[in-house]
Ligand binder design. Structure first.
Ligand code: LLP
Length: 386
């Protein structure tokens, strides 16, 4: 055992693999559900895109949360894991007809609609089935979430959602269509947000837009503010469960929810991020001219975040307690961006050592690819090693 990892059992499985600490996952779920339950009408939908491992999804569905899906595949995965259709929301800028039909057949709670043409297609497909689809309109609030450019979604120049200037027109269209029911507005400003002031900015925007609709006699039953709460990648052990308390308090204090309204959240990273690590074995330690390279059997195909976003993940040697040295930790893929960390301070490292790349439970396994004909990494729950 080193830290939270039962490393003596890790020889039984092939590396690289994802390891999920289910005790932490369950504690995180309990905390987020308890914190949300302190408020009337706060509802949670887990963002399946963060981690769709069937075993992880099943544990999350057991918490009673709903699911936020962005594809037909995610809807199927959510239903299979036990999420009821009535708690599924379906977002995405490009929903295909078969995906809309699947969602209609599954009687999902609501479509988060991103454009007028999409609204018309949902209306048409719902009419063909003699159904009425619940819709919320995703508005691009033009709020800057101070996060990585590739994961900010709420700025005006972004492809997501309907521009604020078009809101009234699109709401009127939704109300006029006979096979959709307008429930309210949906927002999402970005991901890995750690400064609550960004969420306050979103609340202020939602308040303005709600006032604007009410001035025209339009009331909403529901508001959805998306996900985005960040985690501590630097020190995963310090605060393994994100500060849900202040997150929900921020919304409660700043968003002027009307008494009859339900506020929906779509947390992803904050639920699964800290419970997952990518476990890898050291293939070689190579002495360069000025550097030492640790070459792992895991690569960017298994965890793409460092290559794609220059994201930081803490890297720990699980097999060595020897003094610290500086290393560049890289993967085996034929791409120079296949680097997990430069000048990483790790215990003296040797061939065969096990390494944990931490905070990889969100946007890790689910973004893996088979590039270089590599096998996809498997995911194991901690209880599978007992
Ligand atoms: N709702 C919507 C509409 C979203 O687009 C997202 C994430 C979420 C909820 C969940 O956000 P979270 O609570 O996880 O921040 N692959 C990137 C992250 C992309 C996030 C996309 N949207 C990464 O590895 O950082």
């Amino acid at each position: 055992m080193k830290g939270i990892f039962p490393i003596e059992k890790f020889d039984e499985v092939r590396t690289p693999f994802y390891y999920y600490d289910t005790e932490l996952l369950r504690r995180t779920l309990k905390r987020v559900c308890n914190e949300a339950a302190k408020y009337d009408r706060f509802e949670l939908h887990y963002a399946v895109k963060a981690n769709a491992n069937p075993k992880v999804l099943t544990i999350i569905s057991e918490s009673g949360m709903g699911a936020d899906c962005v594809s037909g595949g995610e809807i199927r995965a959510a239903l299979k894991a036990g999420f009821p259709g009535s708690k599924i929301v379906f977002a995405g800028v490009g929903k295909a007809d078969w995906e809309i039909n699947l969602a209609l057949d599954s009687d999902i709670f609501c479509f988060n609609v991103e454009s007028v043409p999409e609204l018309e297609v949902i209306n048409q497909l719902a009419a063909a089935k003699g159904k009425t689809a619940n819709v919320m309109l995703r508005i691009n609030p033009d709020v800057d979430a101070h996060t990585h450019a590739n994961i900010t979604t709420g700025l005006a120049e972004n492809k997501f959602g309907i521009a604020m200037d078009d809101m009234d027109k699109v709401v009127d269209r939704a109300i006029a269509l006979s096979n959709v029911r307008f429930l309210g507005l949906h927002f999402h400003i970005g991901s890995q947000i750690t400064d609550m002031r960004d969420f306050v900015a979103l609340c202020n925007r939602v308040n303005d837009l709600q006032d604007r609709l009410e001035a025209r006699g339009i009331r909403m039953e529901h508001i959805n503010v998306g996900g985005g709460l960040g985690i501590d990648y630097q020190c995963p052990n310090k605060l393994p469960i994100p500060e849900f308390e202040s997150y929900f308090a921020t919304y409660s204090e700043n968003l002027r929810l009307r008494p009859h309204q339900t506020l929906h959240f779509e947390p992803g990273r904050s639920i699964t991020g800290q419970c997952g690590s990518l476990i890898s074995r050291v293939l070689y330690v190579k002495e360069g001219t000025n550097k030492k390279f640790v070459i792992l059997d895991a690569g960017m195909t298994d965890l793409i975040r460092p290559a794609l976003y220059k994201a930081y993940h803490r890297i720990e040697n699980l097999s060595s307690g020897d003094p610290l040295r500086w290393y560049d930790v890289v993967g085996p893929i034929c791409e120079s961006s296949d680097v997990f960390g430069k000048t990483v301070n790790m215990n003296i490292t040797r061939r065969g050592d096990l390494v944990a790349i931490r905070s990889a439970g969100a946007y890790g396994e689910v973004m893996a690819s088979g590039y270089n004909c590599r096998e996809l990494p498997k995911g194991y729950l901690s209880e599978e090693f007992i």
